[in-house]
Design a protein around this ligand. Structure first.
Ligand code: GDP
Length: 454
């Protein structure tokens, strides 16, 4: 691997300690150039902390530190590496890093340590990607799920499918290429059966990936309805009842209010998409576009209606927009006498659940939260979650699609040739999750989403 790299691996800002990490052959000797301890690292066994001082080019002390080195392959990157634990704050660590760079190390690129861990074979690609899940975890559950992936549970399941695909391919290829040899002829029924089993495993994997995504990123909930039905009141009822810390997610659409709460460990990202109606001016036009986008992107939509009044034309318009989407109808204001019934709403939108609530008295609010989680993540057991990235999910989906196509082609009597081609293509998708066939371009994309120092 190309040379020595160094970076500050802890977050910027004031803190107790900051760690500068150096990796590559010669890390230990590089530290010894400017580390003044009772004993040099060269005379220190690996993984043994030494106390001392780091010095600048004139021999002046920069900071009091602890230094340690790791012998490859027993380090994070799998290569020789070293760490200097400086005092926190930005100056000491930055000067320590500058010393490393002046002495021949190069500043690490984002994710380069983890990339080296992958290239040295210490982690497979799925495990390496889970590191970012750990760094970004927002709740205990999402942390648990990312650690599980790092320990290899995703790799294990994906690896099993990959192995199975390989076996079937080999069987098929042997039949095609060496028909005269003494290979048992391929029973098309058994062949399809094994393929179908792989399809089933991929489906389960995808659903576990789905619940992993919900744990990590939360369920996007859009609250919609005409003005004055109680959308803001519902939002408040949700947030006040939630005992967890309420934060605003960064990077969300500016004009749309988004709040986050957790329910049973799952973050619910609530978006108030007020004002989906004919825009009166240019500014409102922009707002409507954003509200519509939020509606589309949501995992579930809550349609709030005022149960104390008859439905209006505007309500019926919203119902049309919701048809075919994942939604829940919330008949609000149950503390007043209701004129809208559950059965009436069922007639209008037969596919979604209907629930009666009162944002004012908070009746039915807990049930509504349960219903949201159940409707979106219900079919997947949340114990069965996997920490996956968007990229991994895309590969799984594509592989499943290809398997289904293969099965379909076999069913229509297409030749084994074509079936094997698409099976191989599906196997390549799965291989890319593990990094079996990872190319440089793919690695660049994956690791560039990490922070520097990881
Ligand atoms: P939005 O325009 O849809 O956001 O509606 P708001 O949340 O601003 O509520 C409109 C009006 O309905 C306010 O006067 C609320 O106090 C009232 N309201 C909201 N929810 C309830 C409810 O459950 N019961 C009663 N009685 N009034 C409610």
């Amino acid at each position: 691997m190309d040379g020595l790299i160094a970076a500050i691996s802890t977050a910027w800002g004031e803190s107790g300690i900051a760690i500068v990490r150096i990796s590559g052959d010669g890390s230990r000797n590089l530290v010894d150039i400017f580390f003044r301890g009772g004993v040099a690292l060269a005379q220190t066994p690996p993984r043994f902390m030494r106390h001392g001082f780091i010095t600048d080019q004139d021999g002046q002390e920069i900071d009091e530190v602890l230094a340690v080195w790791f012998r490859g392959p027993n380090s994070y990157t799998g290569e020789e590496s070293a760490e200097i634990h400086c005092h926190g704050g930005t100056v000491a660590a930055r000067r320590c890093l500058e010393r490393c760079l002046a002495l021949g190390a190069r500043l690490a690129m984002p994710g380069e340590y983890t990339r080296r861990a992958f290239l040295s074979g210490r982690l497979d690609l799925a495990q390496a990607e889970s590191v970012i899940g750990i760094i970004r975890a927002r709740s205990d559950e999402s942390l648990r799920s990312a650690v599980k992936s790092l320990r290899g549970s995703l790799s294990e399941r994906v690896g099993e499918i990959h192995e199975e695909m390989l076996e079937i391919s080999v069987l098929g290829e042997a039949n095609l290429d060496y028909p005269e040899e003494d290979i048992p002829p391929l029973d098309p029924g058994a062949f399809s059966g094994r393929l179908a089993l792989i399809g089933e495993k991929l489906r389960l994997l995808l659903s576990a990936a789905r619940s992993g995504r919900f744990l990590r990123e939360g369920i996007r909930v859009a609250i919609t309805g005409r003005p004055n039905v109680g959308k803001s009141s519902l939002m408040n009822a949700f947030l006040e009842e939630s005992r967890s810390i309420v934060t605003s997610m960064p990077g969300t659409t500016r004009d749309i209010i988004e709040e986050v709460m957790t329910h049973k460990g799952i973050p619910l990202r609530l978006v108030d998409t007020a004002g989906i109606r004919s825009p009166r001016d240019e500014a409102e036009h922009e707002g409507v576009l954003r509200a519509r986008a939020a509606m589309k992107e949501a995992d579930i939509r809550i349609w709030v209606i005022d149960g104390s009044e008859d439905l209006t034309g505007e309500d019926i318009g919203i119902a049309e927009e919701l048809r075919g989407t994942c939604h829940v109808v919330a008949i609000n204001k149950s503390d007043l006498s209701l004129v809208v019934t559950e059965s009436r709403m069922k007639e209008i939108l037969p596919l979604g659940d209907v629930i009666i609530i009162s944002a004012a008295t908070r009746a039915g609010i807990e049930e509504l939260k349960d219903l949201i989680v159940l409707s979106v993540a219900g079919r997947t057991s949340l114990e069965e979650d996997l920490n996956t990235t968007e990229r991994q999910v895309e590969e799984m989906k594509r592989a499943l699609e290809l398997i289904m196509q293969t099965l379909d082609a076999l069913g229509r009597g297409t030749g084994l040739d074509a079936a094997l081609d698409s099976l191989n293509e599906a196997r390549a998708c799965i291989g890319r999750i593990l990094g079996v066939s990872a190319d440089e371009f793919l690695l660049d994309r994956i690791f560039s989403s990490f922070c520097i120092g990881k």
